[in-house]
Write a protein that binds this ligand. Structure first.
Ligand code: PMP
Length: 427
């Protein structure tokens, strides 16, 4: 055990999960690569869990942060804050939500917590609908809407949560249904729940489940849900913490794959927007955002320095059409991985869109999740110079691929080749 690892174990909580048998210490990065303290170079297919949206050490972001830090890092939200107003204007305009208001937080957890605060206050109900297998954060309220038991460390939630089918269809009673029948079964499940509960405040859902293993429901599922929710006046909260900002290629927001019935009532975001600087936030129609009957403030939400990073990062993303790049390069990578998967009985499915790709592993010849092989592939890929993630439902048996959105075709091919070797050594 290296010295830093043993010191980590002495002073940090056991539940602070670490990757790899011998955890690595990343010391610097550039573009789509990072280096560890032993001097090893890695192609980064997990982007600091999707926080590095554009590229590591992007000069435009570094310069914006340094210039802002040289003037003032933060002046508190009690005073006017130009970068915060500018980023809010940008985000509101990109959101597609009419008369949008934006509130900045420091994390996805706090963003979802705020969304719950708004939705429960607006609807005067503490009953919430969430999806099975979901992940929405680590706070007391957000673990209460997290349907993935591996990430929900207490059952003492202040909310009454009811879990709806639809997030995952890899296994279970709905697995064999085609898209239309699956959507119909999930809508029937939702209607059944609504027939037997107090009126819920909201349904919260990740358009593609992140921690849950990049599981993608069929397009249109949430539009179908929306019709039912509207009849009952229930709000729809889209958790875009992983799916936002063009990562899914075809769409700027994940919900747009389900967009027939218009934008969600509330959108939450975090991760990529700051390119590693801690920005989260909530977007909602003014009527919902302004429903609170007392003040609410986040001391660190919207610091000038993080907002400067967000503005520079977003400008780079849009100017260089990284959403288009995610669509093109992600499409090639998905195709390449599907070709590899077709030759390997342990790879059940390559799914996702753009640069958000899940690879589901099973014990060959069975339908059983294979978390051991997932861990083994992660280790072998690292040895080969590639960082990837893993996730899934109750078993962590999916590989997660989410590189910075500036990934080149050559890098996609290099990563696929390393992953192919790692998969072949596991199966
Ligand atoms: N929502 C989703 C969909 C997430 O993936 C995450 C983080 N993995 C969160 C919320 C929580 O974000 P944070 O870790 O920034 O609090």
């Amino acid at each position: 055990m290296n010295d830093l690892y043993s010191r980590h174990r002495q002073v940090l909580p056991d539940w602070l999960a670490l990757y790899y048998d011998e955890p690595i210490e990343i010391t610097h990065g550039e573009g789509r690569h990072v280096w560890d303290s032993a001097g090893n170079k890695y192609l980064d297919f997990f982007g600091g869990i999707l926080t590095t949206m554009t590229a590591h050490a992007l000069p435009e972001v570094t310069k914006a942060v340094a210039e802002q830090a040289g003037r003032i890092i933060h002046s508190s939200t009690l005073y006017l804050n130009r970068p915060m107003v500018e980023l809010a204007e940008r985000v509101a305009q990109l959101s597609g939500i009419p008369d949008a208001r934006v509130f900045f937080t420091t994390s996805g957890t706090e963003a979802n917590d705020t969304a719950l605060l708004l939705a429960t206050a607006y609807r005067r109900s503490n009953t919430v609908l969430a999806m099975r297998n979901s992940y929405h954060g680590r706070s007391f309220s957000t673990v209460g809407i997290t349907g993935n038991r591996s990430w929900s460390p207490t059952s003492l939630s202040p909310l009454q949560t009811l879990y709806v089918h639809g997030g995952v269809r890899t296994r279970g009673p709905f697995a064999e249904l085609d898209d239309r029948a699956f959507i119909a079964a999930c809508v029937a499940d939702l209607e059944d729940i609504l027939g037997h509960t107090r009126p819920p405040a909201a349904l919260i859902a990740e358009p593609i489940q992140g921690v849950g293993g990049f599981t993608s429901p069929p397009d249109g599922l949430y539009a179908a849900f929306r019709e039912v929710l509207k009849e009952h006046g229930i709000l729809w909260i889209a958790d875009e913490v992983q799916t936002g900002w063009g990562r899914t290629g075809e769409h700027f927001w994940g919900w747009q794959a389900h967009g027939r019935s218009g934008p969600p009532d509330i959108v939450t975001f975090a991760k990529g927007i700051g390119n590693g600087m801690s920005i989260g936030g909530v977007i909602a129609r003014a009527e919902i955002m302004n429903c609170l009957d007392a003040n609410s403030i986040s001391t660190f939400g919207g610091t000038q320095v993080t907002m400067a990073a967000g503005l520079a990062n977003l400008a780079y993303l849009l100017e260089h059409d990284l959403q288009g790049n995610a669509r093109r390069v992600g499409g090639l990578l998905i195709e390449r991985l599907r070709t590899i998967a077709a030759q390997l009985p342990g790879v059940r499915e390559v799914r996702g869109r753009g640069l958000m790709i899940g690879v589901e592993l099973v014990r060959p010849g069975t339908d059983e999740a294979d978390p051991r092989s997932a861990s083994a592939v992660l280790e072998t890929a690292r040895e080969g110079g590639l960082l990837i993630g893993k996730g899934g439902g109750h078993d962590t048996s999916a590989l997660r691929i989410a590189p910075p959105l500036s990934l080149t075709v050559a890098e996609a091919e290099e990563g696929a080749a390393i992953l192919e070797r790692a998969l072949r050594s596991a199966y």
